[in-house]
Design a protein around this ligand. Structure first.
Ligand code: B12
Ligand code: SF4
Length: 476
């Protein structure tokens, strides 16, 4: 049966050629937030095809995926298919699903949005106008207007790319958990491992490898009180093991942060709370509050080489940034607060000298015993939409960087692996690009021995499962 108002079918399309061993994101918060807004105006159904169908990574599996999409679309009452091409990993799945919908429902609408759509809107322009609208940026307001327009005048003549205005604080809506209630009870009957929550939007920084600057950079947040209510409701309703704040820039305003953290500490949440933030945004009072509940603080440190931090546009004052991180980390350790430094190695411009600088900094920190600092390192993954992507020629010319699979999201090959096929500099060519991993492995023993027993056990349980056979695991 077809509904009279243009109801919206919002889909997370899954990813093709993404390895099985990569964990699925349990519940996709951006899509839920978008649906929570739209549901105030139109009927909205949300489906996650990664769970409902799976993640195909061969031609045969893709055929099966197509058949299942076809089945799920049969007798569909919705007039608007809204696909979230949130990361580039979903590019192929987005096109495949659009083709199926178009064949089945030539008169109905297809709208695509998300980070990949914002980064490369042109990649959704096909000869036969498969997709009706490509939305760049935050989707709420544009999608609401499109739905109103469709009710009045049907499909547009050609594909239209729209830059959607950002949602202002006074237009923020809360999470409508009813939208995912069935999904959660079907896939996580005993509660999810993790729920990610956005309490704010926007980030004033402009890191070279990050797409966030493409969206509105103005920091906007729920009030501290409603942010806390959102958290409290999610914990009470789904009983997750952990809640992570996935904001681009958590707690940027000190007044907001303190008010929110005070409420959080006073509530003594039953779930672990994971907060990713910058060292500049943590002060002594925050540290005292963190010490009152089960939490892990994550810092996007990215590199400990001042030159790399400048190149990454992480900060204009790299020495100050690193010193601040060191200071905050020592204070967190003194209060027994677990924290993690995230590092990106092999960013364009990385050389043996910059690796030495980073490991020099790490080595100094590893001399501290009873530390609560864990190091998490990853190779640079090239995703479109960031400064690095638009300035590839600069990095190639200046450092001899080589982007070996510049459009890997269009390839039928392991996309996780392909996104890392990259030469950072002439100095770290083919033979040396694995050097950072060797340097990290050489420090394995020190990475362990620097940690306090509780931090060791936590790290072994969450990040380094092979540490569990170490006798220190039982020391707590
Ligand atoms: C939180 C986050 C995560 C969380 C996700 C939590 C969750 N449950 O959803 C975690 C940690 C799990 C994660 C994982 C990954 N992430 Co991530 N993540 C982010 C982050 C920080 C979100 C920023 C934010 O504040 N969003 C707030 C919400 C409100 O905005 P939004 O997400 O943009 O959603 C809006 C629009 O996109 C749009 N929209 C979305 N869908 C649709 C659909 C339609 C139809 C329309 C019209 C609009 C629309 O409207 C939404 C509401 O306004 C971003 C950016 C960053 N600073 O790093 C990266 C980011 C999105 N991640 C990225 C990547 C690469 C990944 C990983 C691949 C990393 C990895 N190595 O594995 C995985 C992929 C996971 C997967 N399979 O999808 C990239 C994507 C780049 C790209 N071009 O694809 C980003 C942009 C970081 C970067 N490198 O720049 N991530
Ligand atoms: S990496 Fe973090 S701090 Fe840098 S621009 Fe992206 S969201 Fe902002």
């Amino acid at each position: 049966m077809e509904s009279k108002t243009p109801s919206i079918y919002l889909i997370y399309p899954s990813c093709f050629y993404y390895p099985d061993w990569m964990e699925k994101v349990e519940m996709k918060t951006s899509q839920l937030l978008l649906a929570s807004f739209l549901t105030r105006y139109y009927p909205v159904e949300y489906a996650d095809f990664e769970y409902a169908i799976g993640r195909p990574n061969s031609v045969i599996q893709i055929k099966r995926f197509e058949r299942k999409v076809h089945d799920l679309f049969a007798d569909c009452r919705h007039k608007i298919l809204a696909i979230s091409c949130w990361t580039s990993l979903s590019y192929q799945a987005t096109l495949t699903i659009s083709r199926i919908w178009r064949e089945m429902y030539p008169e109905r609408l297809i709208v695509v949005g998300g980070y990949h759509a914002s980064a490369r809107p042109d990649e959704f322009l096909t000869e036969n106008n498969l997709i009706d609208y490509v939305i760049c940026g935050e989707g709420e307001l544009a999608l609401k207007d499109i739905a109103a327009g469709f009710a009045a005048s049907g499909r547009p003549a050609g594909t239209t790319v729209i830059k959607s205005p950002p949602v202002r604080e006074d237009n923020f809506v809360g999470y409508n958990w009813d939208i995912v209630d069935r999904f959660m009870s079907e896939y996580f009957p005993n509660g999810p491992g993790n729920i990610y929550l956005y309490l704010s939007r926007g980030c004033p920084f402009g890191c070279s490898f990050c797409m966030e600057p493409l969206k509105d950079r103005k920091w906007r947040a729920y009030t501290p009180d409603s942010a806390f209510q959102e958290l409290d409701t999610a914990i009470a309703r789904f009983k997750p093991y952990g809640v992570a704040f996935a904001d681009a820039c958590f707690g940027m305003r000190p007044g907001w942060r303190k008010e929110f953290l005070r409420l959080l500490a006073a509530s003594n949440p039953r779930a672990w709370i994971v907060i990713e933030t910058r060292p500049e945004y943590i002060d002594d009072e925050d540290i005292e509050l963190f010490a009152q509940f089960k939490t892990e603080i994550q810092f996007g440190v990215e590199s400990c080489s001042p030159d790399m931090l400048l190149l990454m546009k992480k900060t204009r004052q790299p020495d100050k940034f690193l010193e601040r991180f060191r200071n905050v980390s020592h204070k967190l350790s003194a209060r027994g607060v677990l924290h993690r430094a995230n590092l990106i190695f092999n960013h364009p411009g990385e050389t043996r000298k910059t690796l030495d600088e980073t490991f020099g900094f790490i080595d100094r920190e590893l001399e501290n015993k009873s530390s609560y600092l864990m190091w998490a390192a990853h190779s640079y993954m090239h995703f479109p939409g960031c400064e690095l992507d638009s300035n590839k020629a600069y990095y190639e010319k200046t450092f001899g960087s080589r982007f070996l699979r510049p459009e890997w999201w269009k390839e039928n090959d392991d996309q996780y692996y392909a996104s890392m096929q990259f030469i950072p500099s002439a100095d770290l060519g083919e033979e040396n690009r694995g050097l950072w991993e060797t340097m990290m492995a050489q420090r394995k023993e020190n990475l362990k021995s620097a940690l306090a027993p509780r931090a060791f056990r936590f790290a072994a349980n969450k990040y380094f499962l092979d540490w569990k056979i170490d006798p220190r695991y039982e020391e707590v």
